[in-house]
Write a protein that binds this ligand. Structure first.
Ligand code: GLN
Length: 304
C-alpha cells in the first residue's frame, strides 16, 4: 500500500507558506465573506484508502464543480443526445463569456462553461419530476451522504447579482436552445452551484470517474465509454481558459469552481480534492493549482 500522507503534508506546507493566496470571488457577495486561510486536501484511492490534511472536512460552495455532476445525471438520463445542444470543444475564454455563444448560434462550446451548464440544467428540468430535489438526491446518493444540502443564501446572492448569467440564458432562449423558462432554468442552475460539500465528500462523489463508471454504492452506473468522455471533457474544458495550463502543469482530468474547490483524478487510481477560496485571475483556486502541480510532479502520477 502506498502512503500518500507525507506528500500531502509537504504540498500542504508549501502551499500554505505562499504569501499571495489569491482573491476570493466577490461577484457573488456570499462567497466574498469566506475566509481565505481555509485550505484542505483529501485523497481517496480506488481501492478505498483515504489521506487528508487541513480543512478537508469543512463544507464549501462547490459552484462549477456541480457542472460535472449535472452532466453525469443528464448523461444517465438521455445519453449522447445531449451533444445536439452543446459542443465538446474548449472555449479558450472565461466561463461566463457571451460573445462566442452569439457567434455560434446559441450552441455552447462545452457543458462546463456557464451557458453549457444551463443547457444541461434545462435538460434536467424537463426530465425530472422535482428537479432541484431530485438533483440534490442524486448527489447525495452517489456520495452516499444525506447531509449534503443547498446553501439558499448563496443561491439567492447569485440570483440577485447574476446579470451575466441572465444574459447568457436569454441568448440561449433566443436561439431556441432552452425548452423551459429562463427563470426556472436559472433557479435550478443557481441552486446546483450553491451545493455545499467537503473535500472528502467530493472525493467520494467523483469516485465513479476513477472507477470505470461505478460509484461507491452502485446506485448509478455510467458505461466506461461515457466516463471516458466526461473525463476527456474535464481535461480539455474543466478549467476554462486555463485548461491547457492545468493539463500542462498537473496532467489530470479535473474541475474547478469559484468557491475555490478543485477535484482531479487519475483513472483507475485515485481522486484528489483541494479547497482554498483564494482564486487566480482565471477564477481557479491559487493554492489548489499549486498543490496539485507539486503533487503530480513529485509523485509522477499523471495521465501522461
Ligand atoms: N455559479 C457561478 C457562475 O455562474 C459558477 C462559476 C464557476 O464556478 N466558475 O458564475
Amino acid at each position: 500500500m502506498r502512503n500518500f500522507q507525507p506528500i500531502l503534508k509537504e504540498i500542504y506546507a508549501s502551499a500554505t507558506n505562499l504569501k499571495d493566496k489569491g482573491t476570493v470571488a466577490s461577484y457573488i457577495p456570499e462567497l466574498a465573506i469566506v475566509d481565505k486561510q481555509n485550505f484542505g486536501i483529501h485523497l481517496r484511492t480506488v481501492d478505498g484508502h483515504e489521506y487528508a490534511i487541513g480543512d478537508y472536512n469543512k463544507p464549501f460552495s462547490i459552484q462549477s464543480i456541480s457542472k460535472v455532476l449535472s452532466l453525469t445525471m443528464a448523461t444517465s438520463l438521455v445519453g449522447n443526445k445531449i451533444l445536439k445542444r452543446v459542443n465538446v470543444e474548449p472555449s479558450g475564454h472565461p466561463f461566463n463569456q457571451l460573445a462566442l455563444l452569439e457567434i455560434e448560434n446559441g450552441i455552447p462550446r462545452n457543458p462546463f462553461i456557464n451557458a453549457g451548464a444551463m443547457v444541461i440544467a434545462d435538460i434536467l428540468v424537463s426530465r425530472l419530476q422535482n428537479p432541484k430535489e431530485d438533483f440534490l438526491n442524486f448527489v447525495r446518493e452517489i456520495t452516499n451522504d444525506i447531509s449534503i444540502h443547498f446553501n439558499e443564501s448563496v443561491a439567492y446572492s447569485e440570483k440577485v447579482t447574476g446579470f451575466k448569467n441572465y444574459a447568457a440564458a436569454n441568448l440561449l432562449k433566443s436561439f431556441g436552445n432552452l425548452e423551459n423558462d429562463v427563470d426556472v432554468v436559472l433557479d435550478f442552475y443557481f441552486h446546483q452551484c450553491s451545493i455545499e460539500m467537503t473535500c472528502s465528500q467530493l472525493s467520494k462523489a467523483f469516485y465513479l470517474f476513477a472507477n470505470k463508471g461505478k460509484c461507491l454504492r452502485n446506485v448509478l452506473h455510467l458505461t466506461e465509454s461515457q466516463v471516458k468522455r466526461i473525463n476527456a471533457l474535464m481535461l480539455t474544458c474543466g478549467f476554462y481558459d486555463e485548461a491547457g495550463e492545468f493539463a500542462f502543469e498537473v496532467g489530470l482530468p479535473g474541475k474547478s469552481g469559484v468557491g475555490g474547490g478543485i477535484v482531479a483524478l487519475l483513472p483507475h487510481d485515485f481522486i484528489i480534492t483541494t479547497w482554498s477560496p483564494g482564486l487566480n485571475i482565471n477564477g481557479n483556486s491559487k493554492l489548489g493549482m499549486q498543490a496539485l502541480e507539486e503533487f503530480t510532479t513529485k509523485t509522477q502520477l499523471s495521465i501522461f
